[in-house]
Design a protein around this ligand. Sequence first.
Ligand code: AMP
Length: 114
Amino acid sequence: MSDTIFHKIVRREIPATIVYEDEHLIAFRDIAPQAPVHVLFVPKETIATLNDVREDQAHIVGRLAHAAAEYAKREGFAEDGYRIVMNCNANGGQTVFQIHLHLLAGAPLGGFGR
Ligand code: AMP
């Protein structure tokens, strides 16, 4: 079973600014923010990459997106908008091998088809 820095955050073995947690997932501020708001949503179930999500685990990814949207609403930037990103493996730029969703917000974000 893989053990990543995110597992250590869940176990409170290393510090993080946790902004949300429930029985299924944890959310905390990215240590190297790429936007004014940059929060990572991480499931508590161990899954290394998006490639490893089985059909019976698809709801776990949905939960991450739902939690991110709820956070955006609570924090008051849902209507202004935001971006969610999941990186997979080398070409996707994945560096931590426990799936996670990036929530980026707080300013207009460039790129992607513009
Ligand atoms: P990825 O490149 O998609 O695997 O994203 C991993 C993210 O985790 C990067 O944006 C890092 O800045 C972030 N990160 C790494 N270590 C920590 C940490 N200890 N606390 C918070 N974020 C972290």
